[in-house]
Write a protein that binds this ligand. Structure first.
Ligand code: LLP
Length: 419
């Protein structure tokens, strides 16, 4: 069952023609399918039935309040990496006892707000951070629930920018130093050490690296237990990949089965932090063709969405399928789909064979639900786009398009310049 589908040559999101949405609110906009989001969350969650587990949706993939609330309604927790994401999670109604706080650079005030909120645990990533959390908890008269993010030194076989579990990456504490980190944490008076954590990378298309990471974590936990240090939560992070072009990542059920085989009987609650696999293929970016032009070498289709709206193609060289919203039997062209930003790296796709497109026509940039809006910027002073959620035949604007006033709201011209 697909919720982005052609009916009589027109691309729909669930029961609504995308053209109708564009006519109502203009372009560009991000568009999410409610029923896809629900299905993806449920499939992932249910795949782990049979052992105690908690799905902490990784807010960084898409932190819109409506999406967070949707997952909260389905029983999900949230993985946050900043005070801002914590704020969003709480605002969306997430149970603080289902919030985990990861990230290499947590600031004092962020740690304080998380302690104040009573989150489930911190995933600490350095010796100094462990001491800092202890110090702040002491000052606040609290005991901070702590887990240690271990860097297992495993190659996740993904893009170098989204590999996180190798020695050369800044993330976590080297697995060889982890026992020492645990000894320190168990000694400190204002910490309650409860877990172990890792996240080896994103857009993983093989299950072996994650299983290998899990084995290493288990060995470590066994060793800690021998020393009398009990661990209740094992967090495997996120990372499961999706199909953008022709990748064949394991299905969540297969991914879960491999993990379950390893962890059954291990006596701890499993935490998972999926982002992309839940939202990636549940969202698209809809844009309008402004102009086309060609020279001897190239044909360009210039659209009204750019790298400020979706940075993945220019930043990681990522592939996103481009579909015409109205599909017709026309002659095809090999084109670069580019945006309006003044950078040569501002492209959404290169060398694609597409039906000939005319100004005013709509295109859908597929698989844009994860790290799309959440990585968008105002570069070139372009207001950030609207976000729309469709459920059956109803549409809901879940983020209004920014306007020019939004762009300058926080800016001030000092008086002396106004003389
Ligand atoms: N947990 C932690 C600690 C993470 O660092 C991440 C992602 C996740 C969970 C969620 O990973 P996912 O399930 O979405 O793979 N901007 C890049 C992806 C960066 C991922 C960063 N960390 C992209 O557009 O591909």
């Amino acid at each position: 069952m697909h919720y982005f589908e052609y009916k009589n040559g027109e691309l729909y999101c669930e029961g609504l023609p995308i053209r109708e949405i564009a006519e109502k609110i203009g372009t560009p906009f991000y568009l999410y399918s409610y029923n896809t989001l629900v299905r993806h969350f449920r499939v992932f969650d249910e795949a782990f039935d049979g052992i105690p587990h908690l799905i902490c949706y990784s807010a960084k993939a898409n932190s819109n309040l409506a999406l967070l609330r949707l997952f909260v309604n389905l029983g999900g927790g949230v993985d946050v990496v900043s005070g801002g994401e914590l704020y969003r999670a709480l605002k969306s109604g997430a149970d603080p006892k289902k919030i985990v706080f990861s990230g290499v650079g947590k600031k004092e005030e962020e740690i304080e707000s998380a302690l104040q909120a009573g989150i489930l645990l911190f995933n600490a990533e350095s010796f100094q951070e462990i001491e800092k959390i202890n110090e702040i908890a002491g000052r606040m008269g609290k005991k901070a629930p702590l887990s240690i993010r271990v860097n297992p030194d495993i190659d996740p076989k993904t893009h170098p920018y989204i590999s996180t579990g190798l020695k050369q990456n800044k993330f976590g504490i080297d697995i060889l130093q982890a026992p020492e980190a645990y000894r320190l944490a168990f000694r400190l008076p204002h910490l309650k050490v409860i877990g172990i954590d890792c996240h080896i990378g994103s857009q993983l298309v093989e299950v072996e690296p994650i299983v290998e990471a899990l084995r290493k974590l288990k060995t470590l936990v066994e060793r800690l237990r021998e020393e009398g240090m009990e661990i209740q939560y094992l967090d495997l992070g996120g990372g499961l990949g999706i199909t953008y072009e022709d990748e064949e990542p394991p299905h969540p059920v297969e991914y879960a089965a491999n993990i379950l085989d390893e962890i059954r009987g291990f006596d701890c609650t499993l935490i998972l932090e999926p982002g992309r696999v839940i939202v990636g293929n549940a969202g698209i970016l809809v844009s309008k063709v402004l102009y086309t032009k060609e020279n001897e070498e190239k044909r360009f289709v210039i659209v009204d969405a750019g790298m400020n709206d979706l940075v993945r193609p220019s930043y990681y060289g990522s592939y996103h399928q481009i579909l015409p919203v109205k599909e017709e039997m026309r002659k095809t062209r090999v084109v670069d789909i580019v945006g309006p930003i003044c950078e040569s790296s501002d492209f959404l796709a290169k060398g694609r064979t597409l039906q000939e497109l005319q100004p005013g026509e709509l295109v859908a940039v597929m698989s844009a639900g994860a790290y799309g809006f959440s990585m968008s910027t105002n570069y070139n002073s372009r207001p950030r786009v609207a976000e729309v959620l469709v459920r059956d035949t109803e549409m809901f604007i879940i983020r209004e398009r920014e306007d020019y006033e939004d762009l300058v709201r926080k800016e001030r011209i000092p008086d002396f310049l106004l003389m």
